[in-house]
Design a protein around this ligand. Structure first.
Ligand code: NAP
Ligand code: G3P
Length: 478
């Protein structure tokens, strides 16, 4: 056809009547690589109607049948990992090994979700009235978890498949229908993932995938009256959405500034390895990336030397070659990162490497002696630039972590486990990793952001529960 990937609604691949398309720019070549439809508001209305209708019968589909279909799509995602990975490489410059891992991880998430859904949705509560003062045992109360209805899923560019299924699978096992608005960068990988759901044979209209710039079609979607829940993962766009959405449940996973606190008794080799993996995997484009190191002055020189040595070994280049560091997702992102570097330079940070950029490719950069007046101490680069702040007390480290607007994850390296737990209790973040870098996975662990990092909790079980509501039936005995 015209080389524009179709959008998906009522069980079919369709061209938009808008006649417009959105280019997906390959971050490595900075040339258009794919094109997707710019869907219209009328097309959104139509697929919303179908989602609402299809959900009614889907909610009556037995749990085991829903689970069976999810297990089918899990297998298909793994079978299709090569073409899906190829899209991730070209659309978001994800190293090809990591790209294949994302597809397999997504299959595993869907399967686990099917099993967990059968377990937790297959049970409710039975209450009797006389446990409350003044009541006889004349009332029996049955509770069940029932679906919300139509769920709008909006994932970010850095995991356009895994962070899509982390919303779609819980929604479906709970009996909801799904409208997916994938990120523009990563949209074709997402469409390929949707094709796996299509091949699995889900009912027509239950799942749809609408493409188009979030800045153009986004508000119409998030303010649509037929949407009963929004599950969003991304940047501060989510804060704006939370102000526009109606009275519906919102699941928001937003930015992070994950701090890594290094105490003077830390295993510095372990810490350095985790700082490099945590700070530079996928070129730092992970919400859970290590985004600021807070190291006790007494061990700072030793730690920085170890990190520098490991940074020097990172390969920089093409995602096709599995380079450790690949081009960041867009030119505007690269410019934003550069702005933070220039600010740090002007304010006197120590550059452990020369700053180097070619197009969207930025060489890994460790900044030492960073101070609180520098933007990089607080802002999220979403790139391969890592600030080190030297502290003289644990309290100073915790204070810096808690002064951030973000509260996603943090980590602490120490051999004193009781001290680590006290620090974890003090850090105002959704998760604290002890002696390892922050991470969302494994995907059945609860994953939540506090403050500007989000609302609600993900992780398979929490996502399933967040996509249900309670139905109570009371039997009144004569
Ligand atoms: P983003 O720019 O906020 O976009 C996220 C999603 O929202 C994309 O699908 C985007 O579509 C869509 N969108 C944009 N404007 C919208 C609007 N007005 N209404 C509805 N949807 C809209 O974030 P990103 O650049 O994809 O990802 C980077 C950011 O996400 C970073 O801040 C990172 O920390 C955060 N993130 C957080 C997590 C987490 O789990 N907490 C995980 C990954 C990323 P378009 O692509 O078409 O604009
Ligand atoms: O991008 C934030 C989060 O989704 C990253 O997941 O597994 O790389 O920590 P993970």
């Amino acid at each position: 056809g015209d080389g524009v990937f179709k959008y998906y609604s009522s069980g079919e691949w369709k061209k938009s009547s808008s006649g417009k398309s959105v280019p997906i720019i390959n971050p490595t070549t900075r040339q258009p690589h794919f094109k997707v439809q710019a869907c219209t508001q009328e097309e959104v209305n139509k697929l919303m109607e179908e989602a609402k209708t299809a959900q009614k019968s889907w909610a009556k589909t037995p749990l085991w049948k829903r689970a069976e279909l999810l297990h089918k799509v899990a297998a298909l995602l793994k079978e299709h990992k090569v073409p899906i990975a190829e899209c991730l490489v070209k659309e978001i410059a994800k190293p090809s090994k990591d790209a294949a891992t994302e597809a397999v991880r997504s299959g595993d998430l869907v399967s686990y979700c099917a099993e967990e859904g059968v377990r937790i949705l297959g049970e409710g509560k039975f209450l009797v009235s006389d446990s409350f003062p003044g009541n006889e045992r004349t009332k029996y109360c049955l509770t069940a978890k029932v679906p919300l209805g139509v769920i709008l899923a909006i994932p970010p560019f850095n995991y356009p498949v895994n962070l899509a299924v982390s919303k779609i699978a819980p929604a479906l096992i709970a009996g909801n229908s799904i409208v997916l608005k994938p990120p523009t960068q990563g949209a074709v990988a997402a469409l390929h993932m949707v094709h796996c759901f299509h091949l699995a044979g889900f009912p027509k209209g239950l799942i749809s995938c609408v493409t188009g710039r979030g800045s153009e079609i986004g508000d119409f979607l998030t303010m649509h009256p037929m949407v009963n829940c929004i599950s969003f993962t991304g940047g501060d766009t989510g804060i704006a959405i939370s102000k526009k959405a109606g009275m519906i449940p919102l699941q928001m996973e937003l930015g992070g500034k994950d701090a890594c606190i290094i105490l003077d008794d830390a295993d510095l080799d372990l810490a350095a390895a985790n700082i490099v993996k945590g700070g530079f995997s996928y070129s730092g484009q992970r919400c859970t990336a290590v985004k600021v190191v807070l190291v006790m002055e007494s061990v700072a020189n030793a730690l920085v030397d170890k990190v520098k040595a490991k940074v020097a070994k990172l390969t920089v280049g093409l995602p096709e070659d599995d380079s450790d560091i690949t081009p960041v997702v867009t030119e505007s992102s690269a410019n934003f990162i550069e702005g933070l570097v220039v600010d740090a330079k002007q304010k006197g940070a120590t550059f452990c490497q020369e700053y180097r950029r070619e197009g969207n490719l930025i060489w890994p950069l460790l900044l030492d002696n960073v101070r609180s007046d520098m933007r990089i101490a607080w802002e999220e680069p979403f790139g391969p630039v890592l600030p080190v702040i030297r502290i003289t007390s644990v309290e100073e480290g915790i204070h810096h972590c808690n002064a951030s607007n973000f509260g996603l994850q943090g980590c602490v390296f120490t051999r004193d486990i009781s001290k680590a737990i006290l620090i974890s209790d003090a850090m105002e973040t959704g998760t604290v990793q002890i002696n390892s870098a922050p991470a969302r996975g494994p995907d059945h662990f609860p994953f939540q952001g506090l403050k500007d990092s989000g609302i609600g909790s993900q992780g398979i079980t929490n996502s399933i529960n967040m996509m249900t509501k309670i139905k109570t039936t009371v039997i009144n005995l004569p």
